[in-house]
Design a protein around this ligand. Structure first.
Ligand SMILES: *[C@@H]1O[C@H](CO)[C@@H](O)[C@H](O)[C@H]1NC(C)=O
Ligand SMILES: *[C@@H]1O[C@H](CO)[C@@H](O)[C@H](O)[C@H]1NC(C)=O
Length: 502
């Protein structure tokens, strides 16, 4: 018995050690494998550039603070990138069946300013757009969009400020959803930052096609509706249809004549815009007829955007528009108020502002010494209330016709015309990722998701409105008319300059 006991004990002891050893070895192996897997996942994820801005640096031509994604652990973030990029089932591989449209008599016609699409694409009407054009434009692009068979692929080169890329790509996905099977194959380069880049003088020999949110008469950049039409979560601005409705409703609270009889501006004066910093000097309702208020977006966000609600800002007869670093998304909200817009000579144009006419839909203010010009405009309006109110009315009506339906139509016609100029068949590059609603939403946080879903489109029962034909002479006549109207207002002021009251 003791012998047996001893022998049993002596054989038990090493077996226990052996078991423990195997257990520890297996455990270490599993930990090692998990660690290696995690390392591998992280290293794959660190190569993937995403619509949310992962693994991207801000555009070198317009720097802004690098995004941080510190709401998650490194591994959590890496697995999210892998999950959203690879595991989201985008759609079947079938090409969407084009919805049959019933072309009815009297199908709507797009607003006249859609003619600018022809003007913007004119530089390539003879040469066509080749892959060489694209590869040269790539140097100036933050991302590339390739649409093939109704599916959208992206290649990201640089990060975009805030959620511009996410909301712009979302807008394109909604366009595909609105007109399934009707969006032609395109391959295009997009820069999401503010300033146009492709100067006509410098690139005359080879114009480069680059989409962005604005342009100027001296640039080839092709204007495209900006992200805010689908909402701007960082400033709590809703998608355009909803935001316009809110502002219009707010504007009905006080009739034009009962509004405060001076001009109003509220915004961020620190955008590097000379017009905005100079505007601060006009802040005197008696002397210059203007009230200039500073918008502090960080503080507003903290306070729940109580003081930046656009629908409560239609209380003045006159609203001032001043460009920011380039064009400003604020213009459409200002024009929606029904107040008379005093527009400080803009340098930049976005896709719809070319439909505005000075003296008709806004009052032009010269680019320099504008405090006296604002004062003159306010005095003129208060002495000619019917005419001043009518300017505000026409602007509001113009914005009312610019529904999201028309924004999609603009995108549709622009992409269709662009596509007809391509001399190659677009195909997604090997490094591109397909993006669809579910994969984009996968990257969005809770607030972004809410804004995105609120602006979702649905298939249109009707075809797009028709684009008016190319008419360069008409566009030239508009340009001439604009100059004449601006000069006319300037002459009025020279004859009867606004006197500051002391
Ligand atoms: C403009 O003047 C008003 C009233 O005097 C003042 O409350 C406001 O802070 C001024 N705006 C700026 C941007 O300084
Ligand atoms: C702004 O105010 C209006 C009316 O007071 C309200 O209906 C709307 O929801 C507000 N918008 C936001 C974004 O808070």
């Amino acid at each position: 018995m003791p012998v047996a006991f001893r022998s049993s004990k002596s054989s038990h002891f090493p077996r226990f050690i052996l078991k423990s050893f195997i257990f520890i070895a297996l455990f270490s192996l599993i930990v090692l494998v998990l660690y290696k897997v995690a390392e591998h996942v992280e290293s794959i994820a660190s190569q993937i550039k995403t619509v949310a801005g992962h693994n991207l640096k801000p555009t070198p031509w317009h720097r802004f603070p690098q995004k941080t994604f510190d709401d998650e652990s490194r591994f959590g973030q890496a697995s999210k990138i892998i999950r959203c990029s690879y595991l989201m089932k985008c759609s079947s591989s079938r090409r969407p069946v084009p919805k049959k449209w019933h072309l009815r008599e009297g199908q709507g016609q797009c607003p006249d300013f859609f003619r600018w699409i022809h003007h913007d694409l004119e530089p390539w009407s003879m040469t066509k757009i080749s892959t060489t054009h694209l590869m040269k434009a790539k140097k100036f692009a933050a991302f590339r969009v390739v649409i093939v068979d109704g599916r959208l692929y992206t290649e990201f080169y640089h990060d975009c400020f805030q959620t511009r890329a996410m909301f712009t790509i979302w807008g394109l996905l909604q366009l595909l959803k609105r007109y399934p099977g009707h969006i032609p194959d395109v391959d295009l380069m997009f820069d999401c930052m503010d300033k146009p880049f492709i100067e006509r003088d410098k690139h005359r020999a080879m114009p480069l096609p680059l989409f962005r949110y604005c342009t100027t008469p001296q640039h080839f950049d092709i204007p495209f509706p900006d992200w805010s039409f689908w909402g701007w979560p960082e400033t709590n601005i809703q998608h355009w249809d909803k935001q316009f409705k809110d502002i219009k409703q707010g504007s009905q609270a006080v009739t034009w004549i009962d509004r405060l009889a001076f001009a109003y501006w509220k915004g961020n004066p620190d955008t590097g815009s000379p017009a905005r910093s100079e505007l601060l000097h006009c802040n005197d309702t008696l002397k210059w007829g203007a009230q200039i208020l500073r918008q502090n977006w960080a503080a507003e966000a903290e306070a729940g955007f109580k003081d930046s609600n656009l629908s409560n800002q239609c209380k003045h007869r006159y609203k001032i528009y001043a460009e920011g670093y380039a064009w400003s998304v604020s213009l459409k909200y200002i024009l929606s108020c029904g107040s008379t817009t005093l527009m400080i000579a803009p340098k930049y144009e976005d896709f719809f502002t070319r439909g505005l006419m000075p003296k008709d839909s806004y009052w032009p203010i010269p680019p320099t010494e504008f405090c006296p010009a604002i004062k003159f405009a306010v005095d003129w309006g208060n002495g000619n209330t019917a005419a001043a109110e009518a300017i505000g009315q026409r602007a509001q009506q113009l914005m009312e016709t610019l529904t999201m339906d028309r924004v999609y139509d603009y995108m549709f016609h622009l992409l269709s015309e662009y596509s007809s100029l391509q001399d190659f068949k677009p195909a997604p590059p090997p490094s591109a990722f397909e993006v669809c609603e579910s994969s984009l939403l996968c990257f969005a946080n809770q607030i972004q998701t809410k804004f995105l879903k609120n602006s979702a489109a649905s298939p249109s029962p009707n075809p797009p409105f028709k684009i008016p034909p190319h008419d360069p002479a008409l566009i030239d006549s508009w340009i001439k008319q604009k100059t004449e109207n601006i000069n006319e207002v300037e002459n009025m002021r020279q004859v009867n300059p606004g006197q500051p009251q002391h």
